[in-house]
Design a protein around this ligand. Sequence first.
Ligand code: HEC
Ligand code: HEC
Ligand code: HEC
Ligand code: HEC
Ligand code: HEC
Length: 155
Amino acid sequence: MKYLLIVAISLLAADPPKQPIAFSHKQHAGDFKLPCATCHVNPSPGEAMTFPAEAKCMACHNSVKTDSPEIQRLAKFVADAKRVPWVRVYQVPAIIFWSHKSHLDAGAKCVECHGNVAALSVMTKEKETSMGSCMECHRQKKVSNDCSFCHERQN
Ligand code: HEC
Ligand code: HEC
Ligand code: HEC
Ligand code: HEC
Ligand code: HEC
């Protein structure tokens, strides 16, 4: 138990990755109160919440803060028709069955799995995505924890 706790803390305390542009959720989702859905949609079939199209940023930043080096970097990606290469913070192995849609449909909230994002100046992994963390919530909500529920059937 003690060992697990230490592992969990060291994983969560890992430095957040440096992002290509210093985007702040605290500013946009906190101070400006932009809803998560302004930027994170859940297109069919619903597995991913996706990163926002750069055009969404430029709707404001064509005129807001155009003298900022960060915004100039953003505008350069757009001028070059490139996606901003955001570094992933939350990720499970591709072999795991995972869908945002089924969890959101079941009433799960962003904060349960990502913490208080609107308070973060730098996106940091505040919640685990380990097998144990998945199973803990499934146990609480009386959802299946059969191996084949999240993993390919082995036989
Ligand atoms: C103005 C647009 C915008 C809004 C509003 C916004 N986000 Fe984001 N979000 C981004 C961008 C850009 C990134 C990638 C850069 C980063 O990680 O900071 C991101 C990254 C994330 C990530 C990390 C994904 C990963 O695995 O790397 C999570 C989780 C997230 N957002 C959740 C939220 C939640 C929850 C809200 C609402 C409280 C929200 N976001 C509001 C633009 C936005
Ligand atoms: C039940 C837990 C859970 C809930 C609820 C949840 N997420 Fe996630 N989120 C995850 C996991 C797990 C990943 C990693 C998925 C992967 O690797 O494919 C993730 C990844 C992301 C990403 C990275 C891009 C992607 O889709 O893989 C963004 C952005 C994100 N979540 C935003 C949100 C927002 C916004 C909400 C609320 C509307 C939300 N999440 C609700 C668990 C959750
Ligand atoms: C609804 C309008 C709006 C949208 C949409 C928006 N922003 Fe912003 N953003 C602002 C405002 C306002 C500021 C603060 C400007 C100031 O400090 O005077 C800001 C500040 C910033 C800064 C800090 C600039 C600096 O040097 O201080 C960055 C970086 C940034 N935004 C990136 C983004 C990215 C990336 C997106 C898209 C994912 C985005 N913004 C979407 C309005 C917006
Ligand atoms: C906050 C609680 C919570 C967390 C955390 C959570 N789940 Fe779930 N999960 C649920 C609920 C509730 C359902 C039932 C949804 C339904 O009834 O359709 C569910 C259903 C599922 C399903 C079946 C629906 C589908 O999409 O096929 C899979 C697979 C699944 N979860 C995988 C995961 C994985 C993998 C993780 C960890 C990365 C995880 N869950 C974390 C609450 C959670
Ligand atoms: C609720 C979803 C869920 C259930 C149920 C589940 N797992 Fe997992 N499992 C995961 C996730 C998510 C990971 C990846 C964690 C990570 O490394 O990010 C994982 C990783 C693993 C790994 C590590 C190797 C690998 O493939 O990445 C093994 C082994 C494993 N699971 C076995 C099992 C067994 C055996 C069962 C049944 C007793 C089971 N799992 C049930 C979600 C689940």
